[in-house]
Design a protein around this ligand. Structure first.
Ligand code: MN
Length: 200
């Protein structure tokens, strides 16, 4: 069950660190609570939503990306915890490797839990504030229990506050389609081989 605190075992099991430029996860955890979103053009485009807690990045894959409209409840599939260093990764995962494709650092900043985040994760309702470059205000991740035997289906929902923008969020995502780390588009990242792991 990806919701359990399994550490990084599942993350490491899926990857060959001699063949992918992603970090293996050996550094000690940093201070503070980093939050970030990586836009990931793998077999299906999605946004990887990551919140640092207890030295790992709790992670959800959001196929449609975040919406600033509280009525747009975004499907968020919880995936394995990732190492904190993964949060600075932008580049290309080689084809044929796990998650092969282009990764953009789409948003980053800090997050602030509302209430006890460990209890929230265990109970399936995590309320928090985001202080990102693109996303702000209060949000909820809430677990859905019906028909989901694996228990990794959540919804990412914007709370009603000053940061709400109603309507289709396609325009919001389109207006905010470049990297917070490099200013590049997905195509520009994909065209640049500086972060592709190469064998010597
Ligand atoms: Mn991904």
């Amino acid at each position: 069950n990806p919701g359990c605190s399994m550490g990084l075992r599942e993350y490491k099991r899926k990857r060959h660190f001699n063949r992918t430029p992603e970090p293996a996860g050996q550094k000690s955890p940093k201070e503070g609570r980093p939050f970030l979103i990586q836009k990931h053009a793998a077999s299906h485009l999605h946004y990887d939503f990551r919140l640092e807690l207890d030295g790992v990045l709790k992670s959800w894959a959001v196929p449609k990306g975040p919406s600033l409209d509280p009525l747009d409840k975004r499907l968020a599939m919880q995936v394995e915890d990732h190492p904190v260093e993964y949060g600075s990764f932008e580049g290309i995962i080689p084809k044929g490797e796990y998650g092969g494709g282009t990764v953009m650092l789409w948003d980053r900043g800090t997050w602030e839990p509302v209430g006890d985040p460990r209890q929230g994760l265990a109970k399936g309702k995590l309320v928090f504030k985001l202080h990102g470059e693109k996303l702000h205000g209060e949000w909820t991740l809430v677990k859905t229990f019906s028909k989901d035997k694996r228990g990794n289906t959540w919804l990412l929902i914007k709370h009603k506050d000053a940061e709400v923008r109603k309507g289709d969020n396609a325009q919001f995502l389109e207006r905010n389609a470049t990297s917070v780390a490099s200013g590049r588009t997905m195509d520009e990242i994909a065209a640049n081989s500086d972060k592709v792991w190469k064998s010597n």
